[in-house]
Design a protein around this ligand. Structure first.
Ligand SMILES: [Mg+2]
Length: 239
C-alpha cells in the first residue's frame, strides 16, 4: 500500500523543548520572587496533578470547561503541592500567563524541509498534538510557522480526543481523505504516539534521535526526520 499521508506529533518530534516543564516552573518562580524548588519535587507534583486531572482534561478538550480556568486550577494545585501557602490563585494566573514565554521550542532544522518535500511528492501532512488548537497557534506564532505548511493541524480539542485515544488518528485520516493503511505516524512518545498508532493499526515511526529510550519491536526507529522520505519509499520492513 502506498503511503498517502504522514502524521507528525509536534513536541520533541518536529521541535525540541528548550526547558522541561519543571524548569519552566522554576523560571517563573524566579520572576515572581518565589523560592526555587527542587526539580524532582516539581516533577512529582506535575505527575500527580496530571493523574488527578485526567477526567478534567478530557472535559477541557471537548470544550466543556474553560481553557484558562482549567490551567489556572491545574497550576494552583501544583503550587499547593509544592507547599506554597495561602491564596495561590494569583501565582497560578501568572504561571499560566507566562507559560509560553519559557516553554519554548526550536524546530529541528530538517523538519520543515522534510515536510515540504513530502508535500511536493503529493503526500498529505498533518500535525497531531495533544496540545489544544489555541496552544498550537501560540507556539506556531512564536516560531513564525505558517500553519499552511501543513494540510491539517490537529489539537486535542479538534476532535475532542487525545492520543492514545483511537478517535484522534481515525478522525485525522478521515479528514485527510485517506485510510489508516495509507497513513504513517511519527512521534517521540511511545505511551501516547506509539500506543495511539498501535491501537488503530497504523504504521508507526518512533522518533528517537539519541536512542535514550529503546524502540520496541512493534515500532520502527527514526533517527532523523530527513531520513523519512527514503524510509517511506523503501516500504515497511518485514517483521
Ligand atoms: Mg512529543
Amino acid at each position: 500500500m502506498n503511503v498517502k499521508a504522514v502524521l507528525f506529533d509536534f513536541g520533541d518530534t518536529l521541535a525540541r523543548h528548550a526547558l522541561s516543564e519543571e524548569e519552566v516552573f522554576n523560571a517563573i518562580f524566579a520572576e515572581l520572587g518565589l523560592p526555587r524548588k527542587d526539580t524532582r519535587d516539581i516533577k512529582r507534583a506535575l505527575d500527580s496533578v496530571r493523574q488527578e486531572f485526567l477526567a478534567e482534561g478530557r472535559r477541557m478538550v471537548k470544550g466543556e470547561t474553560d481553557f484558562d480556568e482549567y490551567w489556572i486550577e491545574w497550576d494552583s494545585r501544583v503550587l499547593r503541592k509544592l507547599g506554597v501557602k495561602g491564596d495561590v490563585t494569583p501565582y497560578a494566573e501568572q504561571v499560566h500567563r507566562r507559560w509560553f514565554d519559557h516553554f519554548t521550542f526550536t524546530m529541528y532544522p530538517d523538519a520543515l524541509p522534510t515536510i515540504a518535500s513530502l508535500r511536493r511528492a503529493g503526500l498529505k501532512v498533518a500535525v497531531v498534538s495533544n496540545g489544544t488548537e489555541q496552544e498550537l497557534a501560540e507556539i506556531f506564532g512564536r516560531l513564525a510557522i505558517d500553519p499552511r505548511a501543513f494540510d491539517a493541524v490537529i489539537g486535542a480539542d479538534t476532535f475532542g480526543a487525545q492520543k492514545p485515544e483511537p478517535k484522534v488518528l481515525l478522525d485525522t485520516v478521515a479528514s485527510l481523505g485517506v485510510t489508516v493503511a495509507e497513513a504513517v505516524f511519527i512521534g517521540d512518545k511511545l505511551e501516547t504516539d506509539g500506543a495511539g498508532a498501535k491501537a488503530v493499526g497504523m504504521r508507526y515511526f518512533h522518533f528517537n534521535p539519541d536512542g535514550k529510550v529503546k524502540t520496541p519491536a512493534w515500532a520502527e526507529r527514526l533517527e532523523a526526520l530527513a531520513d523519512l522520505p527514503a524510509r517511506l519509499s523503501q516500504g515497511r520492513p518485514p517483521k
